[in-house]
Design a protein around this ligand. Sequence first.
Ligand code: GDP
Length: 428
Amino acid sequence: MVKAIVGANWGDEGKGKVTDLLAEHSDVVIRFQGGANAGHTIINNYGRFALHILPSGIFYSHITNIIGNGVALDIVKLVTELQSIIDQGVPAPNLIISERAQILMPYHVLQDAYEEERLGGKAFGSTKSGIAPFYSDKYAKTGIQVCDLYDEARLRERLERAVDVKNILFEHLYHKPKLDVEQLYQQLLEYRELIRPYVGDAVGFVHQAIREGKTILMEGQLGSMKDPDLGIFPMTTSSHTLAGFGCVGAAVPPTAVEDVICVTKAYSSSVGSASEPFVSELTGQAGDELRRRGGDKGEFGATTGRPRRVGWFDAVATRYGCMVQGATQVALTCLDVLGYLDEIPVCVGYEIDGVVTDRFPTTPSLMRAKPVFHTLPGWKCDVRGITDYDALPAQAKAYVEFLEQQIGVPITIVSTGPERHENCMRTR
Ligand code: GDP
C-alpha cells in the first residue's frame, strides 16, 4: 500500500512532521523529486533536525529510506547531512540511493548563481542550489546518472559532453571562468566512493516491497503551487511536486497509490520572492506577529533562513492544490499558532477585474486577484499539544470544519504542535 504525503500550497506546510509521524507504521519512505533546495523540520527524541535531502524516515531503524530516481542528488550535501544526523546520535539509517538518480553537479550550482546574477532585478529568487540547471540538463539528456559513476570510460565521455556545452555558456553568456574536465572527473570519482555503500536498484526494491504488501510513503517536497505544470508558473520549482509524479520519481505503479495525504497549514506561508502573487498575504505588524509566532521557531526557511511571507488561509488555492494532488485526506498543521487572534479571516474567493471567483486562475489573472475574506471568531487560548479533537475549543473546531468544507476533502489530522505526537486524529 502506497501513500503519498505532499504539500497543498507553496511548501513548508509541515510535510516533514507528518511523514515522521506516519513513518512510525511504515516500512519504506521515498523522496521522489526535488533536491536539497528545501527543508523539512522534524522534532523528535533525538532533537530538532532540518532535513534537506534525506527522506524523513531516517529516524527509524525499521525503515528503508530511498532517494528515488526523480531526485536531484547533491552528493556532498547528502553525505554531510547523513554524517550530521549520525553525530547527533541517530543510528546509521538504511538508505538506498537509486542507481538511476542523476547527480547535481558543481556546475549546476554555478550556473544557477550566474543566471540569477545575469537576471539581476528580474531574478526568480532561486535558492541557487542548481535545481533548474540540473533538471534542464536531465531533459536535455546531458545529465549524469549515479550508475555512470561505475563505468569510467562512459563517465568521462558523458562529462566531456556536458562540460563542452557548459563552457560555451560560461565563457560567452556569463563571462565566467571555464570548467576543468579533469578536476570534475576526479571529484566524481571521490563522490563515487562516498555513496558506494548506498547505491542500489531502488526500482526493483520498491516493486518487491509492493508485492510483499509493505507500507510505503512517498514524501513530496514543496507543494502544488510550485509544480511547473499546475502551479504558479514560472514562480515554480523545476521538478513536479505532485503525488502523480511519484509514479515516475519513485517508480511506483499508479495503481498502487491508495492514499494521498495533502498537508496544509492553518494559515499561509510562502518563502518565494516579493514579486510572486500571494493573494491572502498579511503584511505590516500583523504579518510580523504571525511570522514570529508561526511554525516551531517563526516562519523562516529551513534551508535558506529567509523570512517567509505569511498570510491567512487561502481556501481557493488550497482547494485547487488538494484537487491537483488528488488528495484523499488532509493534514492541517500549526492550528496552535492561531490561538492569539480575536478573529481569523479566511480567503474564500478572489476578485479579479471586479468579478469574484472561487476558481484558482492561471498566473496572469492571479497577479490581479484580490482576496475576499470570510472572518471566523478566534479561540483565544493555547491548544498546543492537545491530542483529543473534542477537547479543542468550539471555535477551533468550527475553524477546522469550515476549512474542511471549503477544501472539500476530510481533514483527518489536526496538528497542534511541531512535535511528533502533538496531533488530533479524526476519523474519516
Ligand atoms: P515541510 O517542508 O513541509 O516539512 O515544512 P517545514 O519543516 O519547512 O516547515 C514547517 C514548520 O512548521 C516547521 O518549523 C515545523 O516544525 C513546524 N510545524 C509543523 N507542524 C506544526 C504544528 O502543528 N504547530 C507548530 N507550531 N509548528 C508546526
